[in-house]
Write a new protein. Structure first.
Length: 409
């Protein structure tokens, strides 16, 4: 069995290419079920965010499995030209990627912790759809553990590193202050709430759009106002800045919607959605500046982050080692169990005559045999797993093979 993944992200493809392979929560669940049902695939997890799409699978080494082809069939994509945007990773490389990713060390914004929640949500969705097998379950759980440790033990010094905070910093570097600005956030999902909170903390007057059918059951950040989604264009002329962050497959802001509307001369639009929320041609309207997810990149890691990155890397490597110990031991456990059973049986044969001649009640004799069996099994386990912890993997496997030969018939 192998661990395999394919992925496309902000480093390899622009937002419009990534959008072709993005999944909603519902579609991701259905896709995982379909992929798991493919011959040679034991388990599947799909991670779909604004910045990346990754398909993970535990696969049979004897079966030729192409995750890219599986993905394209589900998406109805027949062109092979998109293959160039994907990277494929297996086993050690795949595991290392997931651990570093979950820890926020591969994100568009270094150290951001939203990816930790997204990885955990991806695993939960796979569970709900009965798509995750034991190996992927443990892999994703241990990667999340590394991310949690880094979040608590290695506080990154540059504040809350979400995309909207990076956007706010980007604008600040250009001399744009949000204080007393009128802002609208379209979308009240997780990213929309984070955006509204961040804009408000920066001093803006923030209004959040709510779908009318959900208006009575949706919470918005304290201090923000709300309007119906259908009233967004009526409110647009008052806005200095608008953020759109929905999970809609359709545009929330189209060029045609701006016809006949007088907006402010320096309106800023920020599209934080994949697929896009804002039609690109909107950015050509006079007085409108449009930014998307790819507008806020960190080209190099600030020097002050280097020490924290090294500490985070040490945690990642420690947790990875623990996972590989579990993975290696997983296949060995049945072999070790057989060795333990043979050793206990060997001991019983050697002491059987002594026990028979020992004067005691039969019940006491049986209890003693059971106690000896239990103690012997614990001793054998301690010896074998002690060897595992003190020897390198190759030598340990040779030891296990040698122990197996002792009891070969």
């Amino acid at each position: 069995m192998s661990i395999s993944m394919i992925g496309i992200d902000h480093n390899m493809a622009p937002v419009d290419i990534r959008a072709k392979f993005a999944f909603t929560k519902k579609n991701a669940g259905e896709a995982m079920e379909k992929i798991k049902n493919q011959n040679g695939i034991y388990g599947c997890v799909i991670l779909s965010t604004c910045n990346r799409l990754e398909v993970w699978a535990s696969v049979d080494d004897e079966v030729d499995v192409c995750l890219y082809d599986c993905l394209c069939r589900i998406k109805g994509i027949t062109e092979d030209s998109y293959r160039q945007y994907f990277v494929e990773r297996k086993d050690q490389e795949a595991v290392e990627h997931l651990f570093y990713l979950t820890s926020g060390l591969k994100s568009q914004i270094i150290g951001e912790d939203q990816i930790l929640t997204q990885v955990k949500d991806a695993l939960n969705l796979a569970r709900e759809n009965f798509a995750a097998d034991g190996v992927l379950e443990v892999l994703f759980r241990m990667a999340a553990t590394a991310g949690k440790r880094i979040k608590t033990e290695v506080p990154f010094s540059h504040g809350n590193p979400s995309v909207i905070h990076q956007a706010i910093g980007f604008l600040a570097e250009k001399g744009y202050s949000l204080r007393d600005k009128t802002c609208m956030v379209i979308g009240n999902g997780e990213m929309g709430k984070v955006a509204a909170q961040a804009l408000q903390e920066a001093g803006a007057d923030v209004t959040v759009t709510i779908r009318q059918y959900r208006s009575g059951v949706v919470n918005i950040p304290l201090g923000c106002k709300r309007i119906n989604y259908g009233d967004r264009m009526e409110y647009m002329p008052q806005c200095d800045l608008v953020v759109s962050a929905t999970a809609s497959p359709n545009f929330t802001l189209k060029e045609e919607l701006f016809q006949g509307i007088r907006t402010k001369d320096d309106l800023i639009l920020i599209d934080l959605a994949v697929p896009r929320d804002i039609e690109p041609s909107v950015g050509k309207i006079q007085g409108v500046t449009l930014y998307d997810m790819d507008s806020f990149r960190i080209e190099e890691v600030p020097a002050e982050l280097q020490e924290n990155l090294e500490a985070a890397g040490a945690i990642v490597r420690e947790q990875m080692d623990e996972f590989f110990q579990w993975l290696d031991g997983r296949d060995l456990i049945p072999r070790i169990q057989d060795i333990k059973d043979e050793a206990v049986n060997d001991l019983n044969l050697r002491i059987a005559k002594i026990l028979k001649k020992t004067p005691m009640e039969e019940d006491d004799r049986q209890n003693l045999v059971h106690a000896v069996d239990t103690a012997a099994g614990k001793v054998v386990n301690k010896l074998i797993f002690g060897l595992r912890d003190s020897l390198n993997q190759e030598i340990f496997l040779e030891c296990v093979a040698g122990l197996e030969k002792i009891y070969e018939e």
